[in-house]
Write a protein that binds this ligand. Structure first.
Ligand SMILES: [Fe+2]
Ligand SMILES: [Fe+2]
Length: 379
């Protein structure tokens, strides 16, 4: 299974991970052969990538850290609550009711249970998003990443994990009041537009406080997720110990998810690029939390085409928690001419003299002689 940008999709390719619509309904199932119409439809929905089965690693599955069903349910729950909060005059208890009816707490518990139950918790996969469900899908992924951080750090009991989960799912609640033209704007924001965006932590916090939903710690997450350790965040320019640690975990997860997502105005950064960017900005984030998260996020996810310091080129087939930058790689091409070889595997874990030097984007993969045939499924 490999992740391919939508522009590189061709009729005849086999879909290896289902695509869901905004309601969690199945749009394209696993095993489907791509047709022109599907590709058009994906483009219309602003979906930017798909997972396909080609001849490089047809035997390797990429597993999400939570079940598709749980992710879809969480997206739909986040969406129900956010949309209800947007209604002109929601009745006093409407948010409470929606949360009860949609089993909000149960969904949060499911995510926690699945992450705690993973035998080697490692994020290798990105969820497939459209512009329509971006905010909701983003919220769910932030919950997954923030919970992963807490689990990695250890010492957080069930009730704190629940606060992290529910606060994350609703962290951008206030964004529902921002016009979509601003949220999806291509190019930099005008000053007034940026001011409107900056209102969302406080307006979200006010909604949950008025409606008396969520515990204090989860409300702090909503209010403080754009605060930064060095005081350069908003809305209150808090510093280090003034910020709730749970909000700091959500802040890190929020930035990581935003950086790695494709947006209407730019392509997402690759995981290792986002990690580098965040590590450089060490003063903004809690460094221990950053490390705790990045131990469980693959810098080069399974399916990534990488070049090794030895000049070998291949595809990542496995990552292990604690060694995010040292994957196992199946080599297909070697040397300057990128000569095709009988595939063999190299495990970079524990190797001091061999590293990944870069990840190749799909247009570069396409240029390797001999890669084309394998992408289209031939051998
Ligand atoms: Fe936000
Ligand atoms: Fe966010």
């Amino acid at each position: 299974m490999r992740r391919i940008p939508v522009w590189a999709l061709k009729p005849g390719m086999i879909v290896d991970r289902p695509v869901y619509d905004i309601n969690g309904g199945l749009l394209i199932n696993r095993g489907r052969v791509l047709k022109k119409e599907y590709i058009h439809r994906l483009k219309r929905m602003d979906i930017s990538f798909l997972y396909i089965r080609d001849s490089f690693i047809p035997d390797v599955d990429i597993e999400d850290v939570i079940l598709d069903e749980t992710r879809n349910r969480a997206i739909s729950v986040a969406r129900s609550v956010l949309e209800e909060a947007f209604r002109e005059q929601p009745s006093k208890n409407s948010l409470n009711l929606i949360m009860e009816k949609s089993n909000f707490g149960e969904v949060v518990d499911d995510i926690i249970d699945q992450l705690l139950g993973a035998n080697d918790l490692m994020v290798n996969m990105a969820d497939i998003r459209s512009t329509d469900n971006y905010t909701f899908a983003h919220s769910v992924n932030v919950a997954v990443l923030a919970l992963t951080t807490a689990i990695s750090l250890g010492g957080y009991g069930r009730s704190k994990l629940r606060h992290i989960g529910s606060g994350s799912l609703l962290h951008d609640l206030g964004k529902i009041k921002i016009p979509l033209e601003i949220l999806n704007k291509e190019g930099p924001l005008e000053e007034e537009e940026f001011e409107i965006v900056q209102e969302h932590p406080l307006s979200g916090y006010e909604i949950v406080s008025q409606k008396d939903i969520l515990e204090d710690a989860a409300r702090d997450i909503i209010l403080q997720h754009h605060e930064r350790n060095d005081g350069n965040g908003y809305p209150k320019q808090m510093i280090e110990e003034e910020i709730n640690p749970l909000a700091k975990m959500v802040a890190i997860s929020d930035v990581y998810d935003a950086l790695t997502s494709d947006r209407p105005y730019r392509e997402g950064f690759l995981p290792h690029e986002a990690m580098d960017l965040m590590e450089i900005k060490g003063d903004e984030f809690d460094i221990d939390m950053l490390r705790a998260l990045f131990h469980h996020v693959a810098a080069y996810p399974v399916g990534t085409f990488v070049e090794l310091s030895s000049g070998e080129l291949g595809v990542v087939v496995k990552n292990k928690a604690g060694y995010p930058r040292h994957p196992r790689v199946r080599i297909f091409f070697v040397g300057e001419d990128k000569e095709r070889v009988q595939p063999y595997e190299v495990n970079l874990r524990g190797k001091v003299d061999q590293t990944v030097v870069r990840a190749l984007k799909e247009d570069e993969v396409n240029k390797i002689p001999g890669a084309q045939a394998m992408i289209s499924g031939e051998r």
